[in-house]
Design a protein around this ligand. Structure first.
Ligand SMILES: [Zn+2]
Length: 471
C-alpha cells in the first residue's frame, strides 16, 4: 500500500531518445536515463517503467514505438508522471507537443519534469516549455480532449484493445490474436513467479532463452512485472488501472492465477523492500525562507540539504544546511520523544487498530466491487455515460479516503513497535541501516523547518532546526 504523500507519482515513466544530435549515442541515452532516475529520487517519485526510442533516422516523422507505448500507458493509468532529460527528447515538433499535452490532460496527469532546460521565454525552447507548463496548470480541458477521452473510455468498456503502442507480449499486432509461443512463455513465467522465483531471475532466464520484448529492448523487471500483473493476460480490459470489462481477446492465464499473482506481489511489497535511502531526512526538511522541500546534495565531500531553485524546482535557492549535525540533532530528539510521556498518551486508544484495519479493508472491497458493477452496467448499456461518471465520483472519493485512513493506521502500527524503545534504539542506532533509521524518524516526525542562518554565526546553530511532530 502507498504510504507516500498524495500527489507524488508512484509509477513515473522515464522517457529517453537516441537521435543523431545526441553526442556519443549509447552514452547519451544512458546519461538521459541515469539523470532522470536521479531526478526521480530527489523528487521522491517512483519510476515504474523506462521508454527508450532509437530515432537515428534523419526523417523526423519516423514513428516512435516506445513513445507511443508511453502515451498508451498514460491513457491506461499505468503511468502517473513523466521524467525526461530535456523537452527536445520528448517532442520533436509543435504538433507532437500538442498531442503530448492532450494525452496528459486526458489522463489527468500533471507531473512532468525535465532534468535540463530553461524557462526563459525569450528562447524558442523556453517558449515551448512555458506552453507545456501552462497547459499542465490549466484545469479546463479542451472539448477535443474530452471527445478523445470518451472514445478511449468507450473502447475500454467494450473490452476492445487500446489503439496505440507496441503490441502486448503474447498477442499479435491487433492486440487480440494470441501468439501461442509467447502465451506459453507467459504461462511458464506466471508458474515460476508464483513458485517464488524473482522477477530479476526470470528476466535473466528470458535473456538466456533469447526471448525478445515486443519493442526489441532488454527485459527489465518493471516490464516483466507489468506483464505478470496485467489484467490483460487474464482476459480483462483495464482502463486507468481499473478493470472495466471482459476483454474481447482470449485470456492466457485464469482469473484465479491472476488473483494469485496480485496477492503474491502485495505480499512481497509488505515484506518491505523499498528504494534505497541515502539521506536520513530525505523529504522531511522544509526551507525556512520559502517553505519548499529541501533536497539532498553533496558538495566537496560534505553532505548538505539545500533549497533548490531553477526550472525543475520551485524553492528560493537561498538556504543550505550541513547534513550531519541536523541529522544527529533530529535523531537524538526522536529517540528522546519515543520514551516521553506524550508517547504513552498518543498510543493509548490505538490498540484496536487491527480491528479497525479489517473494517476499512472491507469497506474498500465493497467500494471497489461497486465501481466494477457500475462499469459493467454501463458496458451493458443499462446506464448512460453521464450517469456512470456521476455515480462513480462519490465512490472514488470514498476509496481515496479509506486508503488514506489505512495508510494512517499503518503508521500507528509502526509507531507501536518503536514507542518506549528510545533507550534501546539509541544503543543500536549507529548499526541500523539508513532505511530503518528513516522509518523510525518518520513514525514521530512530520517534518522539520530549517531556519535561515544568523549572519556571522559560522558554527551549526541548533536553533535553526524546528521539528514539527506527528505525535
Ligand atoms: Zn527556500
Amino acid at each position: 500500500m502507498a504510504t507516500r504523500a498524495s500527489g507524488t507519482p508512484s509509477k513515473a515513466a522515464v522517457y529517453a531518445r537516441i537521435s543523431k544530435d545526441t553526442e556519443g549515442v549509447g552514452a547519451g541515452v544512458q546519461r538521459q536515463v541515469a539523470d532522470c532516475q536521479n531526478l526521480a529520487e530527489s523528487l521522491g517519485w517512483t519510476v515504474a517503467d523506462t521508454y527508450i526510442d532509437n530515432d537515428l533516422s534523419a526523417y523526423t516523422g519516423k514513428p516512435r514505438p516506445e513513445y507511443a507505448r508511453m502515451l498508451a500507458d498514460l491513457a491506461d493509468g499505468l503511468v502517473d508522471g513523466v521524467l525526461c532529460y530535456h523537452m527536445d527528447r520528448l517532442t520533436r515538433r509543435p504538433k507532437e507537443l500538442e498531442e503530448f499535452v492532450e494525452a496528459l490532460d486526458a489522463a489527468a496527469v500533471k507531473h512532468v519534469r525535465f532534468v535540463a532546460g530553461h524557462t526563459d521565454i525569450g528562447t524558442g525552447d523556453g517558449l515551448m516549455m512555458a506552453r507545456v507548463m501552462g497547459a499542465f496548470a490549466s484545469h479546463e480541458s479542451a472539448s477535443k480532449t474530452r471527445r478523445m477521452e470518451r472514445k478511449w473510455e468507450q473502447d475500454a468498456l467494450e473490452g476492445k484493445p487500446r489503439r496505440s503502442g507496441t503490441r502486448p507480449f503474447g498477442y499479435a499486432a491487433d492486440a487480440v490474436t494470441l501468439v501461442p509461443e509467447e502465451a506459453a512463455i507467459i504461462r511458464q513465467l506466471v508458474d515460476r513467479f508464483l513458485a517464488g522465483e524473482s522477477t530479476r531471475s526470470l528476466c535473466v532466464w528470458l535473456k538466456e532463452e533469447g526471448v525478445a520484448t515486443t519493442s526489441g529492448g532488454n527485459w527489465q523487471t518493471s516490464t516483466l512485472k507489468q506483464i505478470l500483473t496485467s489484467g490483460r493476460i487474464a482476459g480483462y480490459r483495464e482502463h486507468r488501472g481499473v478493470k472495466v470489462a471482459k476483454a474481447v481477446w482470449e485470456p492466457i492465464i485464469t482469473e484465479e492465477q491472476h488473483r494469485q499473482v496480485l496477492a503474491h506481489v502485495e505480499a512481497r511489497k509488505r515484506s518491505g523492500r523499498r528504494a534505497p535511502q541515502r539521506y536520513l531526512l530525505s523529504g522531511m526538511l522544509r526551507c525556512g525562507r520559502c517553505g519548499n522541500r529541501l533536497y539532498s546534495s553533496a558538495r566537496r565531500d560534505t553532505r548538505r540539504y539545500v533549497c533548490q531553485a531553477g526550472p525543475d524546482h520551485f524553492g528560493c535557492g537561498r538556504l543550505t544546511v550541513v547534513a550531519d549535525p541536523v541529522e544527529r540533532l533530529i535523531a537524538d530528539a526522536v529517540l528522546h520523544r519515543l520514551d516521553s510521556p506524550q508517547m504513552a498518551d498518543a498510543l493509548a486508544g490505538k490498540v484496536s487498530s487491527d480491528e479497525r484495519t479489517a473494517v476499512l479493508s472491507q469497506a474498500l472491497e465493497e467500494d471497489e466491487a461497486q465501481m466494477q458493477e457500475l462499469a459493467q452496467a454501463y458496458a451493458a448499456k443499462q446506464i448512460r455515460m453521464s450517469d456512470w461518471l456521476t455515480a462513480k465520483k462519490p465512490i472514488e472519493e470514498r476509496i481515496e479516503n479509506t486508503r488514506r485512513q489505512m495508510d494512517r493506521m499503518n503508521g500507528h502500527t509502526a509507531l507501536a513497535r518503536v514507542a518506549g524503545q528510545g533507550q534501546e534504539l539509541r544503543q543500536q542506532w549507529a548499526g541500523l541501516n539508513l532505511e530503518r533509521q528513516h522509518a523510525i524518524v518518520k513514525t514521530v516526525l512530520d517534518h522539520a523547518v530549517i531556519r535561515p542562518m544568523t549572519p556571522g554565526v559560522r558554527k551549526f546553530d541548533p536553533n535553526r532546526v524546528a521539528p514539527v511532530w506527528l505525535v
